[in-house]
Design a protein around this ligand. Structure first.
Ligand code: SF4
Ligand code: SF4
Length: 327
């Protein structure tokens, strides 16, 4: 059976947020102040070695599979290329940044776990380097997966975890069954916890899709406030808020005050405190999946936060609540 490749244009929803204006945010807080050669080297390699490999030739020998077989094949390949988790979902307008258009029907979400051993002290040089290492490593996975998809005759788009993206990684990860949205704004996977990062490849190769999960994680967040307590910028909300829309279970989302988080993140080695302090599945991470002996809870440096900074224009700004401003 010949399975058709859909020719489509999916327009962003009118309610979609604008793409995150990283450069404007950095300018607003005085530029990139994190100076760690190993982290800079990863960023340099991402920009010079990986960005040019996003495009490639599509084989004229198109292979045909059933959606079930295509899904199995793609997942096997993603794991072979370094993914720890992989899921597939159909792209909807709400998954696309404001004003952008996507030509593909499906997103293949891939995730890689970060090393718990590098988050024993946060923030630190080690944790900052690990943040960039995982982006480089994920970049290799999505680029190789895209090359494979082209080799079987299908067009695709690489959505690298660093840089400009057409799609929102979090809703795609939720729909692809990666976990539930934590109070800290990151997805919590039932086994990996929140200490993983995501990238994706978009394609119209017809594939069987995955579905969101309800493992009780979002409910757990309602009774746990560890990330809220340890956030040095006081940026994580006490309550769910309708301002952020709904999560995949229909709950109002918890939202992070980006205007408070970003200045801290930009000045303190990509902060990341809210991830390793998250109590969800701590015991699993403590083994570091490799047997490396680690502490159950990190040492945390909570410096006095810089003033909040909402340094991008309204039209560029992601919606976020102002958490305890002016108190
Ligand atoms: S990255 Fe740091 S400042 Fe931002 S929300 Fe997490 S703990 Fe708070
Ligand atoms: S620390 Fe607690 S409240 Fe915060 S995301 Fe993790 S489980 Fe949820």
């Amino acid at each position: 059976m010949i399975t058709p490749e859909f020719e489509i244009d999916i327009l962003a929803s009118q309610d979609s947020p604008p793409a995150f204006a990283w450069d404007d945010w950095y300018r607003g807080v005085g530029g990139r102040t994190i100076d760690i050669p190993e982290a800079d080297e990863y960023m340099h390699k991402i920009q010079t070695e990986q960005y040019p490999r996003f495009e490639g030739e599509i084989s004229s020998h198109k292979q045909n599979y059933s959606p079930e077989d295509a899904s199995k094949l793609i997942k096997l390949k993603a794991i072979e290329f370094g993914a720890d988790i992989v899921g597939i979902c159909r792209i909807e307008p709400s998954d696309i940044y404001q004003g952008r258009t996507v030509k593909e029907e499906f997103a293949i979400a891939v995730g890689q776990r970060m090393k718990w051993s590098e988050f024993q002290n946060v923030p630190s040089d080690e944790s900052a380097i690990e943040c960039l290492r995982i982006y480089y490593s994920l970049g290799e996975t999505v680029i190789k997966l895209a090359e494979f998809i082209r080799s079987i005759g299908y067009a695709c788009t690489v959505e690298h975890p660093v840089g400009d993206s057409n799609v929102l990684h979090i809703p795609i990860g939720l729909k692809a069954g990666f976990g539930e949205l934590g109070r800290h704004g990151s997805i919590i996977h039932p086994k990996l916890g929140p200490l993983f990062r995501m990238g994706s490849v978009l394609t119209s190769l017809p594939m069987e899709i995955d579905y969101p999960i309800d493992a009780g994680i979002a409910k757990f967040c309602d009774n746990c406030r560890a990330c809220r307590i340890y956030c040095p910028a006081d940026a994580i909300g006490d309550n769910r808020t309708p301002e952020g829309g709904k999560d995949h279970l229909g709950n109002d989302r918890y939202m992070v005050d980006t205007g408070k988080c970003f200045p801290y993140f930009a000045e303190h080695k990509y902060c990341s405190i809210c991830l390793p302090v998250c109590v969800y599945n701590h015991k699993e991470w403590a083994k570091d999946f490799t047997g490396t002996p680690t502490k159950l809870f990190p040492e945390i440096a909570m410096e006095t936060p810089p003033p909040p900074c909402d340094s991008v224009s309204e039209s560029q700004k992601h919606r976020y609540p102002l958490v305890k401003r002016g108190e």
